[in-house]
Design a protein around this ligand. Sequence first.
Ligand SMILES: [Zn+2]
Length: 318
Amino acid sequence: MRDAARTMRALVLGRRARRSSARAGAVLVFHRVGGAGGDTDLEILPAVSGRAFAQQLRHVRRHYRVVPAAQLLDAVRSRRRGEQFPVAITFDDDLASQVRDALPALRQAGVPATFFLTGASLDGPHSFWWEDLQRAIDDEVIAADGLPHVDAGAALKRSPRAILDLAGTIVRLPREQRDEVAVALRDATGPPSPDSGLRPHDVRALADAGCTVGFHTLRHDALPGLSDTELEEALRDGREVLAAAAAARVDLIAYPHGKADARVTEAARAAGFRLGFTTARGAVTADTDPLRIPRTVADLSASELALRLARTFRAVAA
Ligand SMILES: [Zn+2]
């Protein structure tokens, strides 16, 4: 479907869904925003272009009720027939582009957002292993057999989505093995660029702009694979430092890699988190567990995102 047809279809479906009395909402998650936009076949976290992001903000502001993530469940529960569905906008991973490019666009559109931060770059430049992996493949500074535990051959050949498969394999490795991969990648790529990540003044800028700062854990390990002790540490380490930088309570969490199971959500609840966000797709409903709120990963184009949102609500508006 072409852009115009997709947008039209989204508007028709959206209008129909809105007539229902479904108590539902949606949460969008963005990562990199700005510039010319990325490539979904060759990039682990392709950027939404600055232009597409502005269009997406215009679309959600016009057709949905944009609320802070912290208020989404209340907005879902109080929705009445014919009212706009509530939508919350979130960001993960402490990317410099979120303050440089996304924040001005959010302010211009006058919409609230929540930023789930690890705090890993508060003290200085930092990149996560998947950012190093992207650089290592793009710059061809590793060999196909240059990483322990995994094979980088298909990704180096630029096979569509091979780099995503490789990243997925690394996510599922035991933590010690994943750390070994991370060390090998860092050896190959060298240190992160000086302007990578977010410093305390960036976090403060987000908070001062009225945005919410949530937690994304310092080490960004997939939580279901951790031991009980490691899980407890992951939910604690770095949280207070982040709260100090934001000068606000941090009681929302987005689980790293979007992954949570019953043990993880229970631990998050025990650690005092009010709301927890995954990346399981679909609508938020009145029955959604507050510690397991699904989020929709934002598409790269405005029309794709419009149609995805409309379909999300059609699915619950029957
Ligand atoms: Zn993340």
